[in-house]
Write a protein that binds this ligand. Structure first.
Ligand SMILES: [Zn+2]
Ligand SMILES: [Zn+2]
Length: 343
């Protein structure tokens, strides 16, 4: 005989089989599970979660029962459009086991190397050019025999399966899926590097930052828009903000924060050849194309650089900068790496 527990079991199974789902689909799945169980046992009195509050309550109750298993139904908002997605995630697993069924150990090492470059990108750019991503193949340890062509295929697969985003400009960044499902890994590996939105308290890798030096406020675009409708000043330092998240003098978090040559100035040692540098410059020249519509214009990046310089001068962790001198740069002075701890 079907019981209320069957609704939960069916719902969890459907979440598991789908991975990350939109909020609308998540609600539909739950409604279908209720329907199916009611069809089997008409006497059951199961609340249909047709309001937001009722649905939140369902998720909350499920999470109580999942807690002992280190599982949780988590949701996060897409950083580019603000839409919410849900997934059943392992809250303890910080070893990317989620990817083990689809990828070889060498491919997972490659993925980690890409994530590393994205997380440690200068100027809070949280993105990596295609050239720099491919170059990571030769740096992974233990040495893999993955060719660049194979690496291109694997990169395309990371994008197709939703682990990475690839922008129009050809830069890789973290996806909603990665932020949601791989958060334990990101947290344990980059605890100090993660930036959190002042409004929604979720990780920010695409958005804006307050332009006052040392002000820690970072917001997603959608959180900025929500906040800016009612407030004109920074929630922390109270400096006046312009209307749009992409307006000067606000700073950029994400691809729009990239400055020329940043990808050639990564902090990991001994990895470039001159040929690669040339390719990188071509990539950067491309960047005058419009990128993602919600992102700031290029002119803004220089401001970020000068602000960051002021910030990083007082940063005690400068030890990873040593290779900067050998890197050609178009700037008067090389921009510092983004500071490594913020909260
Ligand atoms: Zn936010
Ligand atoms: Zn501020």
């Amino acid at each position: 005989m079907a019981s209320t527990g069957d609704v939960r079991r069916l719902f969890l199974q459907s979440l598991l089989s789908r991975g990350i789902v939109s909020e609308a689909l998540c609600k539909t799945l739950y409604a279908k599970c209720v329907e199916a169980v009611k069809a089997a046992n008409d006497d059951l009195n199961i609340a249909s979660a047709d309001t937001d509050e009722a649905f939140d309550e369902v998720i909350k109750q499920l999470n109580v029962s999942l807690n002992d298993l280190d599982l949780e139904i988590k949701s996060t908002q897409d950083e580019l459009n603000g839409k919410r997605s849900f997934a059943l995630v392992n809250t303890k697993d910080d070893e990317l086991a989620q990817m083990a069924t689809d990828y070889t150990p060498a491919e997972i090492v490659f993925f980690k190397a890409i994530v590393d470059q994205i997380m440690l990108a200068r100027n809070e750019a949280f993105s990596l050019s295609s050239m720099a991503a491919l170059r990571e193949v030769s740096n992974i340890k233990p040495k893999s025999n993955m060719t660049k062509t194979q690496a291109e295929t694997v990169l395309a697969s990371f994008v197709a399966k939703g682990w990475l985003l690839r922008s129009k400009r050809g830069r890789y960044s973290l996806s909603t899926r990665t932020l949601l499902e791989l958060y334990p890994y990101l947290k344990s590996t980059y605890g100090d590097e993660l930036l959190y939105c002042t409004i929604c308290h979720e990780v920010v890798t695409k958005g804006m930052g307050c332009h006052r030096p040392n002000c820690q406020v970072r917001l997603h675009f959608h959180c900025f828009n929500l906040y800016r409708r009612r407030n004109s000043a920074c929630p922390t330092c109270k400096i006046e903000w312009p209307r749009q998240a992409t307006d000067d003098p606000l700073t950029a978090v994400g691809e729009a924060a990239v400055r020329d040559g940043d990808d050639g100035k990564r902090r990991v040692k001994a990895r470039r050849t001159n040929g690669d540098e040339d390719e990188d410059e071509e990539m950067e020249a491309d960047s005058s194309q419009p990128s993602q519509p919600s992102q700031p214009a290029r002119s803004q990046r220089n401001k970020r650089g000068s602000k960051k310089k002021a910030v990083a001068d007082s940063d005690e962790e400068e030890d990873e900068e040593e290779e900067d001198e050998e890197v050609p740069t178009q700037e008067d002075s090389p921009p510092p790496r983004r500071r490594s701890s913020r909260r």
